[in-house]
Design a protein around this ligand. Structure first.
Ligand code: EPZ
Length: 452
């Protein structure tokens, strides 16, 4: 397994190109199952989770090809939408609609596989889906997905380790349904029901919908395909079902969690990073918390960049994670790492995934002083972090440890970095380009050195 070696204590300065959103790309790829003909997606990041979704969609009869990046203009941007070129577009063509099974070995690698349920029921009327397992951030049920799809007329039964879903003979039927759960709305559950309703007979009102920008981006491509969706991005969405959807071209929104992560990288290393392809409007609550911590996030409109730095060090700030537009759970671990450096104590409360604290013990190995207390973590702050060997446990915890390693004095070794490869595109290259001393090592190579 690969590890990352980080020589910390060096300020990061320079430009970073933010990749397309992982959490918009995954459900958007699944939505392509619903189109007659090929769809071209620009800005889909090259990540292991994306590779898993591509493998799943190929097993469901899709031809998928990754094109080479178009040649870069002299401004370092490609011509579509003036976006920085990180990779070429993906073409997805659902050529064979006969497969209906999402096998265990494909589903177990990624919970987000669940977002094929809605598209498959809407377009093919049937899906066999391996029951998803849990993951490091706790139980990940899909009861809200199933409840919402049942309201549209789908039936489900369990057979072996599979859930078998079927649409009624005449197709799914529009209705009014409430989708909220005990811990608030469900992002992928909202998208599943949105997709299913897009091809249902009649009108669907989703009440208690998730408001994340990724939901709005999926609704936008569906409307381009011919769907009739209003209100996506708000708690109530109205969908007028249509007979068919056609393939289109679309550019995925930037990754707001990657943006929030790199702002903290600048702040924690006393550097200054200029972020291209970053959307401030997707980070209002995040930037509000960051500014309370004395992190500056300024607009350079002339260059279309967000400029992040924290020249006066970090102030302690209490944060509670909420559904969008609140502070996102996916930045909780990274913000905790930053608060370890703040000159005082702070309380970080997790309302979405109460188990999402596997990074606490690892941060303490780096010299932090964090104590978990029920749904919160008490961060004592004021610490000087020292490099150590730490273990990645999930995607965002890994990002938190990477940030801490960049801020710590000495060398930090991050083991099991396959977690990071799930959600951060070209992370070492991006950090090296702004002065980060970071390299990927393979344990086998290390073993050879030791054996020699
Ligand atoms: C999406 O997961 C994101 N993943 C997650 O990002 C993110 O943390 C999460 O939304 C919350 O913002 C993708 O978009 C691929 P939920 P999702 O359904 O949709 C409970 C990352 O790091 N719930 O919004 O699966 C659930 O347990 C990942 O990029 C039910 O109870 O999350 C949680 O407490 C991690 N029943 C809450 O709702 C259900 O049927 C929110 O979950 C579904 C969810």
């Amino acid at each position: 397994m690969d590890s990352l070696l980080i020589q910390g204590g060096r300020p990061l300065n320079g430009r970073v190109d933010i990749s397309g959103s992982k959490n918009a790309s995954l459900p958007m790829l699944a939505a392509c199952l619903m189109a007659d003909g090929p769809t071209r997606l620009h800005g889909v990041p090259r990540l292991s989770d994306i590779a898993s979704m591509i493998e799943l969609l190929r097993s469901l009869g899709c031809d998928i090809t990754r094109n080479d990046p178009p040649s870069l203009g002299d401004t370092g941007k490609i011509d579509f939408a003036g976006r920085p070129a990180l990779d070429g577009p993906l073409d997805i063509d659902p050529v064979d609609e006969s497969p209906d099974t999402c096998t265990y070995d494909l589903v177990k690698t990624m919970r987000a596989s669940v977002c094929v349920l809605g598209p498959m029921l809407a377009k093919r009327g049937r899906v066999r889906f391996s029951v998803p397992g849990g993951c490091a951030i706790g139980d990940r049920p899909i009861d809200l997905h199933i409840r919402g799809l049942k309201k549209l007329g789908a039936t489900f039964r369990q057979d072996g380790g599979y859930i078998i879903g079927e649409a009624p003979d005449g197709g799914l039927r529009g209705t009014t349904l409430y989708l909220g759960g005990a811990r608030g709305p469900t992002v992928l559950g909202t998208i599943n029901v949105l997709c299913a309703a897009a091809l249902a007979n009649g009108t669907t009102h989703i009440v208690g919908a998730a408001c994340e920008p990724e939901v709005a981006d999926v609704a936008q491509i569906l409307n381009k395909m011919g769907a009739q969706i209003r209100g996506a991005g708000s708690p109530e969405i109205v969908i007028q079902g249509v007979d068919r959807l056609v393939g289109v071209t679309h550019t995925v929104i930037p990754d707001r969690i990657e943006t929030g992560t790199f702002v903290l990288a600048a702040a924690m290393t006393q550097g200054e990073l200029r972020l291209r392809n970053a959307r401030r409007d997707h980070l209002i609550a995040v930037i509000d918390a960051y500014e309370q911590a004395d992190i500056c996030v300024e607009d350079d409109d002339e260059n279309g960049e967000l400029v992040a730095h924290a020249p006066d060090g970090l102030k302690p700030v209490d944060v509670t994670t909420q559904p969008y537009p609140g502070f996102p759970t996916d930045l909780q671990a990274q913000f905790m790492a930053a608060m370890c450096l703040a000159d005082g104590g702070s309380i970080i409360t997790e309302r979405i995934y109460p188990e999402r604290f596997t990074h606490v013990a690892e941060l303490n190995r780096l010299g932090a002083n964090v104590v978990k207390e029920g749904p919160s973590a008490i961060v004592r702050g004021g610490g000087k972090l020292q490099g150590a060997t730490v273990m990645c446990t999930d995607l965002r915890a890994s990002a938190a440890l990477l940030l801490a390693g960049l801020a710590a004095s000495g060398e930090t070794r991050l083991d099991r970095i396959y977690h990071i490869d799930r959600g951060y595109e070209k992370l070492e290259e991006k950090l090296q380009a702004v002065g980060g001393r970071i390299e990927r090592v393979n344990d086998k190579a290390d073993a050879q050195i030791i054996a020699a």
